[in-house]
Design a protein around this ligand. Structure first.
Ligand SMILES: *[C@@H]1O[C@H](CO)[C@@H](O)[C@H](O)[C@H]1NC(C)=O
Ligand SMILES: *[C@@H]1O[C@H](CO)[C@@H](O)[C@H](O)[C@H]1NC(C)=O
Ligand SMILES: *[C@@H]1O[C@H](CO)[C@@H](O)[C@H](O)[C@H]1NC(C)=O
Ligand SMILES: *[C@@H]1O[C@H](CO)[C@@H](O)[C@H](O)[C@H]1NC(C)=O
Ligand SMILES: *[C@@H]1O[C@H](CO)[C@@H](O)[C@H](O)[C@H]1NC(C)=O
Ligand SMILES: *[C@@H]1O[C@H](CO)[C@@H](O)[C@H](O)[C@H]1NC(C)=O
Length: 930
């Protein structure tokens, strides 16, 4: 929303030059310059289609080909977009915004010969990545230059500083242009009348704080300053925020730009302040109450903490407040609800507490208080906000009864999110209560998911109680136990979530038919985690998300599925589907997650992966697939997760996948793979691999040292600085994978990007353990058990400081257990049994916590915990040699202690909160860390 506002300002027509007079005749030179300019481009009348995603308010109708009216032999002053000086006949203004121009803007373009130009607007055209020629500096009379969203890239030429008369300069928007400190300095020093400077999206990363402060030279002129998404970094001096004439300031989307708000002397005419998605921090000072003209305050996704200041109450013009996703504490000040012009209030995702209070700001249209610790009863005064169209109250601690009879007052309500309110009893006592919903005549979005006190169970005659206009219905975890008939009348359904209920039996016929014939716009269906039986519903053409996993659906995957070629996620996992995998699935151009795991599918994996496909996740594990792997899997260049475990695939190691740059998880566990694993020849094979599981196959030969030494993804431990992250980019699908962790199978519902394991167990590997394994510093688990590995344990294993489990059992290893292993402070499981180790078991660190089982079947070992004691004369290993070098170690040890693995603890924590939505989940995990 904020971004759109900014765009709106950017593209607002901002001036009108003196209009041409019919008495003037166009200068000849200018006529032919314009005609040649026109002829150097083609007209692309579908330009809108490639630009529309910048902003939903851009309309096709905004675009039209102005130059079509330009004809040789007519007066150019009459042409569309051209303005002439009435006396001299020179072209002084050219507005070709939205004009469908396509082609290169060459340095020799005749446009640069129009020396009298005062206004040049070429925004929203397609100059195909041309760079801006230094000839722009020849147009020294320019007062207004607008090249926004025109596909111009590269450096802003230093000659731009010749344009000393500029009043407004607007560059950037789409492709990255760059500005260097020299050009920036000269421009700001020379164009001293600049009133509007819009550089949205321009790369300003080389502009340091002091260069930026030059803007204070423009303090008497500058009115609008838009520097959003410019890669500015460091700490912004508060001079910029206090510029005395500034009305509009945006620094949004600069994640590395910090700063604090001025604590005093902040009475400027600022009307829109946009700092969203920056690292601004500190309190919101009382001084903000001096910005009497403030209308829009957009400071979502920053690091502000402290209370919401009461001085904001004085700003009676405020219409938009966005303070969501910060660290604000304390109660919501009551004044928030009485600001006379308040139109939107976003306070979600903070640590706000207390009760909500009484509302009297009747102009409110958007209200978001989700993900706070709000307590007390659901406020009835909310029902008086008759203009409210959007209400987000998800995940609060509100309690009491929600009276749906009151809801009928919300005549304009369009969007209602009451999900995750486990204390609120939403009164659905009788069927009559359901019918209250029908009174929301404008309701398009309803989310009642995860309300444990809510139980949507009613007799099957209750059918018409949702407004027919409804488009999105989320009823996940609502204790529903039969297929709800009230969905049938919803003609406009786009999104439907009935997951995590206990709906039994087969899917009713009407649902199959609606899906195929009535719901033409449906794009999202989630029926997963129920007890549905019978045939798989057929997703219609146009659908993007189809999730029916964890049911009891049976039969084949029908070929009619091939119509759903716009699918992005297809999740049929954990059903009882049988037959072959339809070939067409692999050709869907947008499909990024294909999850068919744990069914009874058989036959080959179809050899149909097309070049340029979008697949990031392929999970076919837990079926009865056989044959060889299709070599065209290498076409999946975006692949991150490939899980083929638990099938009957018979092939050699797919070294031809080693060039996949994004692959992070490769599991071939429990198949019939065989042969030696060797590198194919890529310089950096599997550069991002984090989970490598080829256990339970028939691989032979030496351990794949050539790969191990190249697993770049397992070398560095840097994620701890940026916080824990999970794989995947879409909240509707989590990448999960089964790994053997500490000796037990475990399904990771989401994959932490710091989770790295190698499992080569149960094969016929032989030879020695390669030393390079010690370089995989981020490795959390290593399982090499049940092979025929010989030699000794290399000391370098002591460098695997993140290791939580190590299984070398059932091999032919010999020699002493290296004392260096006591450095493994997170090691929670160790199995060295059934080898030929000898000598004393190291003492110290985690080694004090392992039991006899870790060492069984090594008759020549002695010392704790074994009952066999060692020769007293032998020296105890000196501990001091193995002191910890990393300074970052301390906090981890303090946080978890010796006995429990750090990551393991995190994962357990995660499983508990797994059903949560990402925002609060992230916060919980963060909380655990801090
Ligand atoms: C415009 O027309 C004149 C006379 O017909 C011709 O000489 C000139 O080359 C034309 N200019 C362009 C740019 O076509
Ligand atoms: C301008 O330069 C481009 C490429 O350098 C060339 O193709 C084109 O013919 C030139 N146009 C004129 C009018 O000289
Ligand atoms: C400043 O502007 C003047 C007038 O256009 C120009 O002559 C001069 O070269 C400019 N200076 C710089 C450093 O660009
Ligand atoms: C807010 O207004 C009140 C009364 O008009 C005034 O006393 C107070 O100082 C103002 N606060 C700020 C921060 O401007
Ligand atoms: C409610 O919305 C209507 C229509 O947009 C508007 O005319 C009216 O002023 C609004 N009410 C308030 C209290 O702002
Ligand atoms: C799965 O389908 C097979 C037949 O294809 C049937 O024998 C089996 O009982 C089904 N399993 C479940 C859990 O429904």
């Amino acid at each position: 929303m904020n971004i759109n506002n900014i765009l709106f300002w950017l593209l607002l027509p901002y001036f009108i030059l003196a209009s041409s007079s019919s008495s003037s005749f166009c200068n000849h030179h200018d006529t032919s310059a314009l005609l040649l300019f026109k002829n150097s481009f083609t007209l692309n009348t579908s330009l809108y289609n490639s630009l529309y995603y910048y902003s939903p308010w851009l309309h096709d109708s905004s675009f039209y080909s102005k130059t079509e009216s330009w004809k040789n032999g007519t007066d150019c002053c009459e042409w569309e977009g051209v303005t002439c000086d009435t006396i001299s006949g020179h072209v002084i203004g050219l507005d070709l915004s939205f004009s469908n121009l396509q082609g290169q803007l060459h340095p020799n373009s005749t446009i640069f010969s129009l020396r009298h130009l005062q206004q040049l607007d070429l925004s929203l055209n397609d100059f195909s990545g041309s760079s801006l020629s230094s000839a722009i500096g020849d147009l020294v009379n320019l007062m207004h230059l607008n090249l926004l969203y025109s596909q111009i890239s590269g450096d802003i030429p230093s000659t731009i500083s010749h344009l000393s008369k500029l009043l407004s300069l607007q560059l950037g928007g789409d492709q990255r242009m760059r500005v260097d400190p020299y050009t920036w300095t000269k421009l700001i020093q020379n164009a001293t009348n600049l009133r509007e400077l819009y550089l949205e999206g321009v790369d300003m990363s080389s502009i340091g704080g002091s260069s930026l402060s030059l803007l204070t030279n423009l303090s008497s002129s500058l009115i609008s300053l838009i520097l959003g998404d410019t890669k500015l970094q460091g700490n912004l001096s508060s001079d910029i925020l206090s510029l005395p004439n500034l009305q509009t300031l945006s620094l949004s989307d600069n994640e590395d730009l910090g700063g604090e708000l001025p604590k005093s002397n902040w009475s400027t005419p600022l009307s829109d302040l946009c700092l969203s998605h920056t690292a601004f921090s500190g309190n919101i000072p009382d001084s903000i109450g001096h910005l009497k003209s403030l209308k829009g305050l957009y400071m979502g996704s920053c690091n502000f903490d402290g209370l919401i200041p009461s001085s904001l109450f004085n700003l009676t013009q405020l219409s938009s407040i966005d303070l969501s996703i910060n660290k604000l504490v304390g109660p919501i000040p009551y004044w928030c609800y009485s600001l006379p012009s308040l139109f939107e209030l976003y306070l979600s995702n903070n640590y706000l507490t207390g009760s909500i209070g009484e509302f009297s700001s009747y102009s409110l249209k958007y209200l978001s208080l989700s993900n706070n610790k709000l307590q007390g009863n659901f406020p009835n005064s909310i029902f008086e906000l008759q203009n409210l169209t959007h209400l987000w109250l998800s995940s609060t601690d509100l309690s009491g009864h929600l009276d749906f009879h009151q809801f009928s007052k919300f005549k304009n309500l369009n969007y209602l999110d009451l999900s995750q309110n486990s204390l609120l009893s939403i009164n659905f006592d009788s069927t009559a209560d359901y019918y209250q919903f029908a009174k929301f005549k404008n309701l398009k979005y309803l989310d009642l998911s995860q309300n444990s006190l809510l139980s949507i169970n009613f007799d099957s005659t209750a059918d018409y109680f949702l407004p027919p206009i409804l488009q999105s219905l989320y009823l996940s975890s609502c204790n529903i136990n039969s297929f709800p008939k009230f969905i049938a009348p919803l003609q406009n359904l786009i999104q439907l979530d009935l997951s995590h209920n206990s709906i039994r039996g087969s899917i009713p016929q009407w649902f199959h038919e609606k899906l195929l014939h009535s719901w033409n716009n449906i794009s999202y269906i989630d029926l997963s985690f129920n007890k549905l039986q019978g045939d798989l519903p057929i997703p219609p053409n146009g659908i993007e998300y189809f999730l029916v996993s964890n049911n009891e659906l049976a039969g084949n995957i029908p070929s009619a599925m091939c119509n759903a070629s716009s699918l992005k996620i297809l999740n049929l996992a954990q059903n009882n589907l049988t037959g072959h995998i339809p070939q067409c699935l692999e050709t869907f151009p947008s499909l990024w997650a294909l999850d068919l795991q744990k069914n009874n599918l058989y036959g080959n994996i179809p050899a149909n992966f097309s070049k340029g496909n979008a697949l990031e996740t392929i999970k076919l594990n837990g079926n009865q697939l056989d044959g060889q792997l299709p070599r065209c899997l290498a076409h999946c260049t975006n692949l991150e997760v490939l899980d083929l475990a638990d099938n009957n695939i018979e092939d050699t190691f797919p070294h031809w996948l080693e060039s996949l740059q994004e692959l992070q998880v490769l599991s071939l566990r429990s198949n019939k793979f065989h042969g030696v694993i060797t590198c194919f020849g890529a310089k950096h094979p599997f550069p991002r691999l984090r989970i490598f599981d080829v256990s339970n196959n028939n691989f032979s030969g030496p351990l794949p040292a050539s790969y191990i030494k190249n697993f770049q993804g397992m070398v560095s431990v840097n994620d701890s600085q940026t916080g824990l992250k999970y794989m995947g980019n879409d909240s509707s699908y989590n990448d999960s994978v089964v790994v053997v962790m500490k000796g037990q199978y475990k399904e990771l519902k989401r994959i932490l990007t710091i989770f790295t394991t190698i499992d080569l167990s149960n094969n016929m590997f032989e030879g020695e353990l390669p030393k390079v394994i010690g370089e995989l510093h981020s490795l959390t688990g290593l399982n090499l058990s049940h092979n025929a590995i010989t030699g000794t344990i290399p000391r370098s294993l002591g460098y695997l400081r993140n290791l939580e489990w190590l299984d070398l059992s059932w091999n032919q290893l010999k020699g002493e257990i290296p004392v260096a292993l006591i450095n493994l402070n997170f090691l929670a499981m160790l199995n060295l049994s059934q080898n030929q180790f000898e000598g004393i078991i190291p003492i110290g660190g985690q080694f004090n916590t392992f039991g006899n089982d870790s060492y069984a079947g090594n008759p020549m070992l002695c010392g704790f915990p074994l009952s066999k004691s060692c020769n007293k004369d032998e020296d105890w290993p000196p501990h001091s040699t193995f002191q910890l070098e990393e300074s970052g170690f301390g906090w981890k040890a303090v946080a978890v202690g010796y006995a429990c693995g750090f990551l393991f603890g995190m994962l357990l924590g995660y499983n508990v909160f797994m059903t949560g939505k990402p925002q609060w989940l992230g916060r919980l995990v963060e909380g655990v860390l801090n």
